[in-house]
Design a protein around this ligand. Structure first.
Ligand code: ADP
Length: 320
């Protein structure tokens, strides 16, 4: 392999740029040419390529979003779309592909590998829901954004003796809610993986108030349902002054934290190494016990990454 492509696909995540930068520079250091593909698989089908030299990825390591842009492509789900993507890659001389994205993007990477274009996945999603890696790029930044909000809300919640419900992202996964809730000292954390009846939430809330707590913070993972609905039920069941905040897309933006920028740099570089040194595709890069690992895509796609009981239990114990 002498020429590789890099694309970002699916939902964006802070640190994607740092991963692109690392793949480009590691690729070049290994003697390869690197081509950026704009707008994910949609851009691959359309042949939207840009040559990426060493300086082309300068000054992006700290930027949120993805300068290559990302897209979702339904056409790529079809055999025709995939054949077209393959043809465009061949035309441009691309012999390997780094795919930075989530589960859906990895399915595309596996498909391309099966069709003869070796592709390697780099897990970037704030949801941290990819099986086979301890962390995904963007998760730490999103959690820190939530934590920042929690601390600010805490100030006003205490001053006014209010109950706050904060809905955070994560699609079907409770990782962001759990991490932010634990680090932020929330009273209850509602996770899709561990359904909690509203009676239980309210019992705890009342117990806290009786004990003299001046505020209550309840974190709701979006996979559980609407924060507004949770707030409405609490208001109805307790009569407490309850405010709801949906944090929304600010969780997807911002500069990557040190942890994410480092993770992205290591993973992006490793992806280029796997393609250029080993000539292999159909794999993705993970981190396990601080070490970079590679795993076959077909072993992890569609598998659910569990949230650890240990953290759920600890969050409950500490919230007493
Ligand atoms: P994410 O990568 O963040 O999970 P999506 O699920 O939207 O985001 O997937 C991004 C893109 O990956 C989709 O728009 C589609 O083009 C491609 N993709 C998703 N699933 C598959 C699949 N089963 N086979 C081939 N390509 C897929």
């Amino acid at each position: 392999i002498r020429k590789i492509g890099v694309l970002t696909s699916g939902g964006d995540a802070p640190g994607m740029n740092a991963a692109v930068r690392a793949a480009v520079r590691r690729g070049i250091s290994l003697g390869a040419e690197v081509v950026g593909v704009r707008r994910g698989y949609a851009g691959l089908i359309a042949g939207e390529f840009v040559d990426l030299g060493v300086s082309s990825v300068g000054d992006i390591i700290h930027r949120g979003g993805t300068f290559l842009q990302t897209a979702r492509s339904d056409h790529f789900l079809t055999p025709e779309g995939q054949a077209q993507a393959l043809a465009k890659a061949r035309e441009a001389g691309i012999e390997g592909l780094v795919v930075i994205g989530g589960d859906g993007s990895f399915r595309g990477a596996l498909r391309l590998t099966e069709l003869g274009l070796p592709a390697v996945g780099v897990p970037a999603t704030i949801d941290n829901d990819i099986y086979g890696t301890d962390l995904t790029i963007g998760f730490d930044t999103a959690v820190n954004t939530c934590l920042d909000a929690i601390r600010k809300i805490r100030d006003t919640a205490t001053s006014h003796e209010r109950t706050f419900v904060l809905e955070v992202m994560g699609r079907h996964s409770g990782w962001i809610a759990l991490a932010a809730g634990l680090a932020g000292g929330a009273e209850s954390i509602l996770l899709p993986e561990r359904p909690m009846p509203m009676e239980e939430v309210v019992t705890r809330l009342k117990r806290g108030v009786e004990r003299g707590k001046r505020h209550t913070l309840i974190i709701v993972a979006e996979g559980v349902g609407s924060g507004f609905e949770v707030g409405r039920q609490i208001r109805e069941m307790t009569g407490y002054d309850t405010r709801v905040m949906v944090l929304g897309h600010i969780q997807r933006g911002g500069s990557p934290t040190a942890l994410d920028a480092m993770l992205a740099s290591r993973m992006g570089a490793k992806a280029a190494e796997v393609l250029l040194e080993e000539g292999r595709g159909g794999l993705f890069i993970g981190v396990e016990n601080e070490q970079m690992v590679t795993r076959p895509l077909e072993q992890v796609l569609g598998r659910r990454k569990e949230i650890p009981d240990e953290l759920v239990d600890l969050a409950e114990i500490l919230a007493i």
